[in-house]
Design a protein around this ligand. Structure first.
Ligand SMILES: *[C@@H]1O[C@H](CO)[C@@H](O)[C@H](O)[C@H]1NC(C)=O
Ligand SMILES: *[C@@H]1O[C@H](CO)[C@@H](O)[C@H](O)[C@H]1NC(C)=O
Ligand SMILES: *[C@@H]1O[C@H](CO)[C@@H](O)[C@H](O)[C@H]1NC(C)=O
Ligand SMILES: *[C@@H]1O[C@H](CO)[C@@H](O)[C@H](O)[C@H]1NC(C)=O
Length: 395
């Protein structure tokens, strides 16, 4: 925002006025919109009065005063931020998520790397990407509580079936955060396409630094600041990667992927990944391995459990933690993990997920904070979860 005052006041007087105003501005760093508006009015009236006062005098003093408002940078666009070009703000952090780009166009645009430093204050954000298979997010009220008061440090993206609008209120951080979507079917490569679509749309916001994939049955087990610091400060991505001599792991490898992908390079892991910006961008630009998965990883091979895992292992292994931050309980056996409904949800359960019995590595040190999120929770678990969120999960 730039305010231009043109008047015929002796420059010494004008300088004093402006200096006083500058002092006011710099002292009160967190100027509110209202205060700014009032300040603008004051300066205008001063200018007008000065103009009247000087009208009778000689005209040789005519010059220009320029007052710059130096707002505080960082985070989401806020009211009265001194951004002279709204198109630039929209370019670096799109607020309108709907577009008509094809995946090819979108992935290409999303994979651009800035060649120079960011010409704006960049607060890293965490992108929460919801893959809402049925277009319903029954645990949204819990997430809304988790996000409350954290504007500027996160962004939300939702991939719901085409034509389905998720039902959240207008003041929800999930409101109008749906991205252009396409049909998906369980176990097919279309699911991986949807994950890449979420990554690509999230990459369009240059402040997004960490990217976490979530389902409608996931919940946060720590508060936002814990989750944010954990992810933003991590030296590694959290893509679970392992190799097992079993039908469900090595048994899904196809020899036709060789020599690009050998049996020794083939990996498996949880679909629910977390990755940093470089890894996310790299995955989107991959044209070597993805076609092999499209062609040769078909049921009973599931691309969402092998593609990102094998790719990250091959290309970014040293930057990966090889573990997931999303807890799930497979201990009961069978093809589906444990489901937690109203009757199974207890403070003890959530506490045991928040503090792991088995420690894990975080930035080279052992910690018991291994999981930030957990699944799978049914819609009727919402009420007990809301009840314990402030005492157990600290949000
Ligand atoms: C996408 O294309 C349709 C049909 O041409 C148009 O009505 C719509 O406004 C476009 N959407 C955006 C976000 O540009
Ligand atoms: C959307 O949510 C509101 C409030 O929870 C509920 O009353 C309404 O029936 C829902 N609408 C649909 C279409 O599900
Ligand atoms: C978040 O949780 C941690 C511990 O889990 C706690 O120390 C911290 O005070 C909480 N932060 C807020 C803002 O509530
Ligand atoms: C994860 O595995 C890779 C090999 O793919 C290894 O280079 C890396 O050090 C492992 N990460 C950690 C944190 O141990």
């Amino acid at each position: 925002m730039r305010l231009l005052l043109r008047s015929s006041v002796p420059s010494s007087t004008k300088g004093a006025l402006v200096d006083d105003f500058k002092v006011m501005l710099t002292r009160k760093e967190s100027f509110t919109c209202l205060a700014k508006a009032v300040a603008i009015l004051v300066i205008f009236s001063l200018g007008a009065a000065a103009g009247l006062w000087a009208a009778a005098g000689p005209r040789e003093y005519i010059n220009t005063i320029t007052v710059y408002f130096t707002g505080r940078g960082g985070g989401a666009p806020v009211c009265c931020r001194p951004d002279p070009d709204p198109d630039f703000a929209e370019f670096i952090a799109p607020t309108r998520l709907m577009h008509n780009m094809t995946d090819e166009q979108l992935f290409w645009r999303a994979s651009m790397v800035p060649a120079a430093e960011y010409p704006f204050d960049r607060t890293p954000k965490v992108a929460f990407m919801f893959l809402a298979g049925t277009g319903v997010l029954p645990l949204a009220p819990l997430w809304e509580r988790f996000f409350r008061g954290q504007e500027g440090r996160f962004s939300v993206y939702v991939h719901a079936p085409p034509g389905v609008a998720i039902n959240v209120s207008e003041d929800s951080p999930l409101y109008q955060r749906q991205i252009p979507s396409q049909e998906t079917s369980w176990g097919s490569v279309t699911l991986m396409d949807a994950e890449k679509r979420l990554l690509a749309n999230a990459l369009l916001d240059f402040s997004n630094e960490r990217f976490v994939l979530l389902s409608e049955s996931c919940i946060p087990v720590h508060n936002f600041s814990t989750v944010y610091d954990y992810l933003v400060d991590s030296h590694h991505s959290f893509v679970e990667v392992y190799d097992r001599n079993s039908k469900q792991c090595r048994g899904r490898y196809s020899r036709r992927m060789a020599p690009s992908i050998t049996r020794q390079q083939w990996r498996k892991g949880s679909q629910w990944f977390e990755m940093d910006r470089d890894v996310a961008r790299s995955l989107l630009t991959d044209t070597k391995y993805y076609p092999l998965f499209q062609r040769y990883c078909r049921p009973t091979c599931y691309p969402d459990e092998h593609y990102a895992q094998t790719f990250v292992h091959m290309r970014h292994g040293e930057r990966n933690s090889n573990r997931t931050v999303t807890y799930v309980d497979w201990s009961r056996g069978g093809p589906h993990p444990a489901m937690y409904g109203a009757r199974n949800v207890s403070p003890e359960l959530i506490r045991s997920i928040r503090m792991s019995a088995e420690p894990c590595l975080y930035n080279g040190r052992l910690t018991s904070t291994c999981y930030l999120f957990a699944r799978k929770f049914t819609p009727d678990a919402l009420a007990p979860l809301l009840e314990m969120s402030s005492t157990v999960m600290q949000y």
